[in-house]
Design a protein around this ligand. Structure first.
Ligand SMILES: Cc1cc2nc3c(=O)[nH]c(=O)nc-3n(C[C@H](O)[C@H](O)[C@H](O)COP(=O)(O)O)c2cc1C
Length: 315
């Protein structure tokens, strides 16, 4: 499961793991410079996980190699299964400071960040990078550069940073990366990413391009069973979908302290659970008017069918 900020937190990962377990999950990206500063307390919630979500890789971003070093040491203590470096996020607020996808144009710093992370990991934690195929134009020398760092894994989104999510994903370029890997760094696993909706599609792309894996991001916002071969989601009725949403919100309430995590983040799931049944769009509109999780739970309870209310009463 791909890292998605404000989406793939421990709560949603637990929901997904209960529906259909991914082979591997990532945390949302966490800023190392913030983590190693006074703002640390506001970011730690992004590194929460439960054993159910393993294997899980923590994804880091930032600018200061020393902070990557310190954070990676902490990830080992926390029990993560790997550390991933974000060198692909194209969001303006992030790249204007030279982080993430901007590192495609700053190989010196990218190399220092990888070096510091590998030094801290010391073989105890696999080190990987998630990136794109170039900044403004396709640049396979960037992929060659990353392969020269002998990473454990390289995940490649088949678009440039400039293309955001707009252009078609270029899987041939991801396939070319596999060829480069074969000659430059045979031990590096190559994972493809971009517009993969479910496991079947992931497996057929992996086979076609001889990848070691394919990563699903937004697909889980359409179907929480995206990681199974055959999803029952389309046949789920309103009661079952709202019950799963209720479980998600209750888990959220049990996981986070007050204000630790913004309620706005929960709204992102509205379209996933409140979808595909009569009255869904009206209920979504009402959900968007709720202002806190308890309010949201009340709305779901009052909108649920009798079977869901009985389910609640039996708890
Ligand atoms: C809301 C959102 C948040 C994201 N946050 C991250 C992130 O924290 N780290 C990262 O590497 N990619 C992030 N991405 C990019 C996804 O991991 C993925 O590369 C992208 O969505 C394309 O894959 P998909 O078509 O399967 O969604 C994010 C994407 C979305 C839509």
């Amino acid at each position: 499961m791909a890292p998605m900020d404000d989406v793939t937190d421990t709560v949603f990962r637990q929901i997904i793991n209960d529906c259909a377990k991914p082979d591997l999950s990532f945390t949302e990206f966490v800023n190392v410079d913030g983590l190693q500063s006074a703002g640390r307390e506001h970011l730690l919630h992004k590194l929460k996980f439960t054993p159910k979500e393993q294997p899980i890789i923590a994804q880091l971003w930032g600018l200061n190699p020393e902070n990557f070093y310190k954070t990676t040491k902490e990830l080992i203590e926390m029990g993560f299964d790997g550390v991933d470096l974000n060198m692909g996020c194209p969001v303006k607020t992030v790249i204007k400071n030279g982080a993430c996808a901007a590192l495609i144009n700053n190989r010196e710093l990218a190399g220092e960040i990888i070096g510091a992370t590998k030094a801290a990991a010391g073989g105890a934690l696999p080190v990987s990078v998630k990136t794109r195929v170039g900044f403004t134009t396709v640049d396979m020398s960037w992929i060659e550069f990353l392969l020269s760092k002998i990473l454990n894994m390289l995940s490649i989104h088949g678009r440039t940073a400039k293309e955001l999510s707009n252009a078609p994903v270029n899987w041939d370029l991801i396939g070319q990366a596999v060829q480069l890997r074969n000659s430059l760094s045979p031990s590096t696993l190559i994972v493809g990413n971009g517009d993969v909706m479910d496991r079947q599609q992931a497996e057929s792309l992996a086979e076609k391009y001889r990848l070691d894996g394919a990563m699903i991001g937004r697909g889980v916002l359409h179907d929480p069973f995206a990681f199974t071969q055959s999803s029952p989601w389309q046949s789920w009725d309103k009661a079952k979908k709202l019950e799963l949403f209720r479980k998600h919100i209750e888990l959220y309430l049990g996981t986070y302290q007050t204000k630790e995590r913004n309620f706005e983040a929960l709204r992102k799931f509205c379209k996933l659970y409140i979808n595909g049944f009569d009255g869904a769009s009206e209920l979504r509109a009402k959900f968007m008017e709720t202002t806190d999780p308890l309010d949201a739970l009340k709305l779901l309870e009052s909108s649920a069918s009798p079977s869901v209310i009985l389910g609640l009463a039996g708890k």
